[in-house]
Design a protein around this ligand. Sequence first.
Ligand SMILES: NC(=O)c1ccc[n+]([C@@H]2O[C@H](COP(=O)([O-])OP(=O)(O)OC[C@H]3O[C@@H](n4cnc5c(N)ncnc54)[C@H](OP(=O)(O)O)[C@@H]3O)[C@@H](O)[C@H]2O)c1
Length: 335
Amino acid sequence: MNFAIIGATGNVGRKTIEILEKSKIQISKLYLVASEKSKGQKIKFKEKEIKIESLNSYDFSKAEITFFAAGGKIAEEWVPKASKKTIVIDNSKIFRMDKDVPLIVPEVNSDKLSMFKNKNIIANPNCSTIQMVVALKPLHDNFNIKRVVVSTYQSVSGAGKVPMDELISQSKDYLAGKKINSKNFTKQIAFNLIPHIDEFEEEGYTREEWKMISETKKILDSKINLTATCVRVPVMVSHAESLNIEFDKSFDVKQIRNILDKAEGCKVLDDRKNGGYITPIEAENKNFTFISRIRKDNTKNNALNMWVVSDNLLKGAALNTVQIAERLIKDFYGK
Ligand SMILES: NC(=O)c1ccc[n+]([C@@H]2O[C@H](COP(=O)([O-])OP(=O)(O)OC[C@H]3O[C@@H](n4cnc5c(N)ncnc54)[C@H](OP(=O)(O)O)[C@@H]3O)[C@@H](O)[C@H]2O)c1
């Protein structure tokens, strides 16, 4: 089959190329597309150089499956047109809550994948939601989750490649004693953190927080009550999350560890000693959702605390979209 990546030069696009290179998917041709400014640049894929095409002149009928990783505005304008000619797997927030579009994390709800036939579009969830539901799903299956309180510690790569450069430049300016001007953040990010991701919406929550709430309900279970606080931290790659989970049923921590240890996509790293836990830097470039600091919350019945970390550009974006494509090909194209 032929594949295309729209936004191939960005953080998620480049990671998608890397993951496709390692994937077992048989790729006849890969088309790489970005803005006019990147046209003609070359990116290596399987020892061959592929020339970047401009979105304005790209013909969507050339690929059977097209990954969109170019942001919400581009998705809003181009995905409806593209999906008439190709199956779209979209990284943006635009189609996630469309009731006719499946929102897929393969380990969690691949049974909903067939819904792609409605509009030829599959939505990739928000990066913070993906790693959280990968860890919650096996626990929900066993103990039935009633409520989740999540606080996130999200890396700057979640905002794109330009904000990553700004973290470096702000850090250099700070160390040189220079005045810091924030361009891509609402406040200084270097040696600081910002309790605000995406726009403010109703009731004082940000859109990122609402995304975690509504996407979890769509992917995992509409009955789960979830509340979120999303924070941008001066970390380059990988998002971390502190989760407080209340179950219907009683559990013991040993059971939780065993279940998570065996769960698809999860890896437990929980030694209860100095360094016996995962940090964002260690999760970078790894495909797993890592879980540490598993412990009972003794202030409530059937409640648990844990720490969940994953590479937001991999499981949070590129890896999940490629896994969706792999599943799609296996289930619907018999390959
Ligand atoms: N980063 C994450 O953790 C993450 C996780 C989940 C989902 N997502 C979503 O994935 C998408 C991409 O995010 P990102 O972090 O990879 O962004 P990014 O690093 O800023 O890359 C943006 C990409 O879009 C392309 N682009 C921009 N304007 C364009 C235009 N007018 N026409 C064609 N291409 C254009 C850019 O091409 P040029 O280089 O030519 O400008 C670049 O390839 C976003 O929707 C984001 O919300 C990101």
